[in-house]
Design a protein. Structure first.
Length: 326
């Protein structure tokens, strides 16, 4: 992801779009994440402005209004623009402001079906994007120039980001915070909101999935929690299955049903996340971080880290420290 770091101790300017019949759920998620001011969580944080074509009360789909105190000029000049789902008619001036922000290089992020707003503005053309699984087919049919992926929780193409349905807005907002301020800050917010810092898998796991027995869900959750505390050890499907009191075959099937990914893929992702946090918060060598994260050697860490993050561990640490210092 292309980072939008705070400059000279100044907060990152975030414009949260509001228009008639906006969705309260995703709107509130963004407002909760990006509210605050200088010094919030020990970093410059964000400067949030709720913006609309006509400042004042804006109707929601829940029967009440929210107050927009910003204008489309704030949209055009923002560092980051957040677009929640909007069911009402789209004002052409609003779409023009989105295009202007995009041309200027602002980061654009849609939540759930807010992807339709970005598609109407033309900024998703030629890009991979996602939205709520129930609306993905319509998005692809209405905007064939958009590469719609209905299976993932969010997509980050660099400047333009899109999230899947409803609660996936939390995943995308955490991803943005993690990219701007690091894993420790993102984890602090996740703890405050009582949500996982990172969910593996995709929204396909929520489509027509039968309800599992409660005991099975509890056993799987307890096993995942135990695994997170023992990432430095050798963890196999057989080891995890014994912890969950299941056969390896049953455990692997239940694991994929519950998380949307395989045990091996989940463990790799969690180990890279741990390595990322250690790179940000400690001066440990890459060799020692590889051991603590359960990846064995520095070479193995570099392979998995580059696959997940896109850069080498040392390059990530150097860039993160430089931007934090700035």
């Amino acid at each position: 992801m292309r980072k939008i770091p705070a400059k000279a101790g100044k907060p990152i300017r975030v414009a949260l779009l509001a228009a008639d019949r906006l969705s309260c759920f995703e709107f509130a998620i963004a407002a909760e994440f990006f509210r605050g001011g200088p010094g919030f969580f020990g970093v410059p944080w964000y400067d949030l402005t709720v913006c609309s074509a006509a400042p004042g009360p804006v109707s929601t789909g829940s029967g009440f209004s929210v107050l927009a105190n910003g204008t489309l000029d704030d949209v055009r000049s923002a560092d980051t623009l957040i677009v929640p789902p909007i069911a009402g008619a789209l004002d052409p001036r609003l779409l023009d402001a989105i295009r202007a922000a995009h041309r200027r290089g602002a980061r654009l992020a849609s939540l759930c079906t807010g992807a339709f707003v970005l598609a109407h503005a033309g900024v998703l053309d030629g890009l991979r994007a996602t939205t709520h699984w129930s609306e993905a087919e319509d998005l692809g049919r209405e905007f064939p120039e958009v590469d719609v992926d209905p299976k993932v929780l969010y997509v980050d193409t660099g400047q333009v980001l899109t999230s899947a349905g409803a609660a996936a807005s939390i995943d995308l907002c955490l991803h943005i915070v993690r990219s701007d301020y690091g894993s420790e800050v993102a984890n602090s917010i996740a703890r405050r909101l009582v949500v996982p810092p990172h969910r593996d898998g995709g929204q396909a796991q929520y489509v027509a999935v039968a309800v599992r027995e409660e005991s099975e869900g509890e056993a799987l959750a307890a096993t995942l929690e135990w695994a997170l505390e023992h990432l430095d050890q050798e963890l196999t499907v057989e080891t995890l299955a014994r912890r969950a009191a299941m056969s390896p075959r049953t455990f692997a099937r239940r694991f994929t049903d519950g998380t949307g990914t395989s045990p091996h893929r989940w463990l790799c992702r969690q180990r890279v996340l741990l390595a990322r946090r250690l790179l940000e918060t400690t001066d440990l060598s890459v060799d020692l971080i590889a051991q603590r994260a359960g990846l064995g050697t520095a070479a193995n860490l570099r392979i998995h880290f580059r696959a997940e993050v896109g850069v080498s561990p040392l390059s990530y640490r150097r860039t993160f420290r430089q931007e934090l210092a700035a």
